[in-house]
Design a protein around this ligand. Structure first.
Ligand SMILES: Cc1ncc(COP(=O)(O)O)c(C=O)c1O
Length: 371
């Protein structure tokens, strides 16, 4: 049996009529950039997120740096995030001219460690950028408290967490802005690139709407800006998919529970930890090998046996060749847990259209590892 890592076509086929109808609607409207479908999707997304404003942009990386810029962050400003995130979290900081400050993660959840954030604060610190890694919310209450104590902004990197919740907070409730990605493989993914910012600040909404469109919100009138818009075709696909995202996340949660039940007790891997009361939407199901030396052979073994496992992310940001490319950066404290995560992580296939046979087979193969 071959268990794929992604199920993009399966998802398309499962709601083909709804997606095709949206694409037809956009094509027939004659308006493909900042047209009516983008407006409609932005409204639906804001409602879904419980935010006052949602702004569609070109991708999740742009969502982050546009949010940083709109909040007035730039040169000389330090932004703190965890080292074991996708590269784009730090990249967005550099694009905005900010200093990326990398801290360690919580060894259990892999999300940012609030104590490490606290220790990293300097007089240049202006913002914290918690990442809802693998689909689990970062500890936003603790982050909010630190931000309040030191007068910092908070921008959530929600590329992996749409639909997730904390125990007593929603994404966006405790921050200044949220950046999301809609790239293909995300829990809400289009057939290409896309992203959005949501916020309750009207000035952030106004600024991003101008920044994404050549500094313009009126024909022929410009200030400095960029071109980063969510195309209407993508907005249409996302509008069709948004109606299903919670049911898809529930299926992911069910698969994660089956993986965890089937793999419990194996002494060569550690299973993902969901914080009590948190609604973890399992964008990824990431195990860690107890012995980092097992990771590459285990990955090889899984792939050879038909289970398309991957790594997220096997080289931490600060270990990339050439780091930090003359970009303003500070490593704050030990990154031992982030480094252990990079050395030992394995992501098992995780998408809502996985069949029961594929889930069972993945468990069976994993259980058969002999080292
Ligand atoms: C945590 C995280 N941040 C940012 C991004 C960037 O999003 P995009 O690829 O849409 O630019 C991604 C995903 O790709 C991500 O996983």
């Amino acid at each position: 049996m071959n268990v794929p890592f992604y199920g993009h076509q399966r998802q398309y086929l499962s709601i083909k009529d709804e997606i095709d109808a949206k694409m037809q609607e956009v094509l027939m409207s004659g308006q493909y950039v900042q047209g009516p479908m983008l407006k409609q999707f932005e409204k639906e997304l804001a409602e879904y997120a419980g935010a006052k404003y949602a702004i569609g942009v070109g991708n999740g990386t742009d969502a982050l740096w546009l949010a940083f810029m709109a909040l007035g962050l730039g040169e000389g400003d330090e932004l703190i995030t965890n080292a074991n995130t996708f590269f784009a979290t730090a990249e967005a900081m550099w694009i905005a001219g900010c200093t990326a400050v990398l801290v360690d993660c919580d060894p259990r959840t892999k999300c940012i460690d609030p104590d490490a954030v606290r220790r990293a604060i300097s007089k240049r610190t202006r913002a914290i950028v918690p990442v809802h890694l693998y689909g689990q919310c970062a500890p936003m209450r603790e982050i909010r408290q630190i931000a309040d104590e030191y007068g910092l902004l908070v921008i959530e990197d929600n590329a992996q967490g749409i639909g997730a919740r904390g125990d007593d907070f929603a994404i966006g409730e405790l921050s200044d802005a949220v950046g999301s990605s809609f790239i293909i493989q995300k829990n809400l993914g289009t057939f290409g690139d896309g992203g959005a910012v949501w916020t309750n600040h009207s000035y952030v909404n106004d600024r991003i709407r101008r920044l994404r469109n050549h500094g313009s919100n009126r024909r022929d009138v410009h200030s400095f800006g960029f071109n980063s818009r969510l195309d209407d075709l993508h907005a249409g696909i996302l509008s069709a998919k948004l109606k299903h995202v919670d049911e898809w996340s529930n299926r992911r949660i069910q698969i994660a529970a089956q993986y965890s039940a089937g793999l419990r007790g194996l002494d060569f891997i550690e299973l993902p930890v969901a914080r009590s009361g948190y609604h973890h939407v399992f964008h990824l199901y990431v195990v860690e090998t107890v012995n980092p030396a097992d990771r590459d052979p285990m990955l090889d073994y899984l792939v050879k046996n038909g289970v398309d496992a991957k790594t997220h992310y096997s080289i931490a940001i600060h270990k990339q060749e050439g780091f930090p490319w003359d970009k303003p950066t500070r490593i704050a404290g030990s990154l031992a847990h982030a480094e252990k995560n990079a050395a030992s992580c394995i992501s098992l296939p995780m998408f809502p259209e996985l069949t029961q046979e594929e889930v069972d087979y993945t468990i069976q193969v994993m259980r058969g590892w002999r080292g």
